[in-house]
Design a protein around this ligand. Structure first.
Ligand code: FAD
Length: 510
């Protein structure tokens, strides 16, 4: 009997280090955490966009924001701008675009402004995000979400980050080691199973056999424990989310003072979309596509056309959209890509890692059988995946683009039934917080509102106009949002200037 329970994390990518650091911090020495990683295999090293939850995670780990921004080459992210998702660009160059900002729509005690926006004239009202939050104007003006010197992880507007994926893992690794995580470099060469099918030990090339009470599989797409050793099935959702390949590259800025966008630009193309992410020294650009609709050569051509030249090297990354319905089996839990992956449109990779590790920490069996929380964990994580699938699908199924990829996405046979049911209701009322169970969600009702109304979804309240009599008060509030937007745009520094200031502090030793 071991004095303390022991956790062995296999894998040193973002999932492995985040899991190890979080558990070390959460248990403060009451549990031993060891991490094994193979330096030869390396990490996937993609994934440059985060979600605002990362701020509380980094704060909880005790990593200060300035250090994080400097060491992970991070910039601020205030949301995602979607170009050409509703229509392809027209021959005269006009394009449809909308922002999904992180800031919730303005809300007063008197209620929501959403019905009043819906009741305005559709041809003349401002876009939904521009009407509902000051963040739209601030982000479009390339302003930062906070001022220099504002507290760590705080600011007037909600935000996340763009970052260099490889460096993020390194920043968290350094903190994990400070928090007492034992770091072993070596290759997992085999897994011994006990008579009951649980893991008895892990064989390694450099450290003999390692034993633990709980094994956390963070070995990425290789899924060494949950997949190869335990044979837990993978549920593909390719029939709902079609993209399954990405081409990724980095493009340097033309000049060191080129403005940096503080939102991801997601531009739709004939069979998927491209990401464009403003990092400190370069743009991370990628083309996500469905191999059932276009080949690699066509995707490379789309990427080349987007970038405007071919002076770069792109990496091809195949992936299968889906997840394992059972991620905690016996004394093994999968976290990160070994558990599943849904395409990167809304940057949910790290969000799912945070959700899993938060649950492992809270549900951890301090004594008794290691699989006691398994059934609950599996139900909760599967529901979270399914809800993210719905949210991602929403972006695609409302498109009016004519290409086969987009028509297939609008085919009801490819739309999960729970989403179809919500869409039927949302024809007559906007999404509400009661549509969602918070503990199972990564996205709130207002995230759905931004996508629905950015994509011109018709919620028709005209028959119940009389239920919304406070039109004058609503108009005053819309005007206040417009004025605040202008004021905030004047007050906040440019995004590039703030990033420069944070990084120059490093060279001054501040
Ligand atoms: P990996 O980074 O692959 O790490 C696996 C680790 O396991 C490595 O250390 C490896 O050495 C180790 N390992 C494997 N086998 C062995 C063995 N036999 N012995 C010892 N060690 C072993 N997420 C986001 O949040 N935002 C995004 O914008 C985003 N974009 C993405 C874009 C693409 C195209 C893809 C594919 C993913 C994206 N993701 C994104 C997801 C994100 O990349 C992952 O969630 C994140 O990097 C975690 O990966 P991981 O740690 O599970 O796996």
């Amino acid at each position: 009997m071991r004095e303390k329970r022991e956790i062995l994390v296999v894998g040193g990518g973002t999932a492995g280090w985040l899991t190890a650091a979080y558990l070390a911090r959460f248990f403060e020495g009451r549990i031993t955490v060891t991490l094994l990683e193979s330096p030869d295999i390396g990490i996937i090293g993609v994934g440059e966009g985060a979600f605002p939850t990362i701020r509380s995670t980094l704060k909880f780990l005790g990593i200060d924001e300035t250090r994080f921004i400097r060491e992970a080459s991070a910039t601020f992210k205030q949301g995602i701008r979607f170009n050409d998702w509703l229509h392809a660009p027209s021959p005269d160059g006009t394009r449809h675009q909308y922002l999904h900002p992180f800031e919730a729509p303005f809300y007063t005690e008197g209620g929501s402004l959403v019905p009043y926006w819906l009741l305005q004239d559709a041809d003349s009202r401002p876009p939904f995000a521009a009407a509902m939050t000051i963040q739209n104007r601030v982000a479009e003006a390339r302003r930062a979400p906070k001022r220099p010197g504002e507290g760590d992880y705080a600011g007037p507007l909600n935000y996340a980050y763009h970052f260099d994926a490889a460096r993020l893992a390194q920043v968290i690794e350094a903190r994990a080691v400070e928090l007492g995580v034992r770091h072993l470099r070596g290759l997992l060469t085999g897994v011994d199973l006990a008579a009951d099918g649980s893991i008895a030990g892990i064989r390694t090339d450099a450290h003999g056999t390692l034993e633990a009470d709980l094994y956390i599989d963070c070995s990425g797409f290789r899924a060494e424990l949950i997949g190869k050793a335990l044979g837990v099935p993978f549920k593909s959702v390719k029939h709902q989310l079609f993209t399954d390949r990405a081409l990724a590259c980095k493009i340097p800025y033309d000049r060191p003072d080129t403005p940096i966008e503080s939102f991801t630009i997601a531009t739709a193309h004939e069979a998927g979309w491209t990401w464009d992410i403003g990092l400190e020294g370069a743009r991370g650009i990628g083309c996500v596509y469905s191999s059932a609709h276009i080949g690699d050569d066509r995707a490379a051509e789309i990427l080349r056309r987007y970038i405007g030249h071919d002076d770069y090297t792109a990496r091809i990354i195949p992936f299968e959209p889906g997840y394992r319905e059972r991620q905690w089996v016996g004394n093994c839990v999968a976290v990160g890509l070994s558990g599943g992956f849904l395409e990167p449109l809304e940057s949910t990779g790290v969000v799912l890692i945070e959700a899993a590790v938060g649950m492992i920490a809270e549900l951890f069996p301090h004594s008794g059988p290691a699989d006691a929380p398994a059934a609950r964990f599996n139900r909760l994580i599967a529901a979270r995946y399914e809800n993210i699938i719905n949210f991602l699908k929403l972006h695609y199924c409302l498109s009016r683009r004519p290409e086969p990829f987009w028509r297939d996405n609008a085919d009801p046979a490819s739309i999960p039934e729970p989403l179809q049911e919500l869409l039927r209701q949302w024809r007559h009322r906007p999404p509400s917080r009661f549509d969602f169970l918070l503990d199972l969600e990564s996205f709130a009702f207002f995230n759905y509102q931004y996508i629905l109304y950015g994509m011109e979804f018709p919620t028709d309240l005209s028959a119940s106009r009389g239920d919304f009599p406070n039109v004058e008060a609503a108009e005053k509030l819309f005007a206040r949002i417009r004025n605040f937007s202008e004021q905030a745009t004047q007050d906040l520094p440019s995004h590039r200037a703030l990033i420069r200031e944070i990084n120059q502090g490093a060279s001054r030793g501040a």
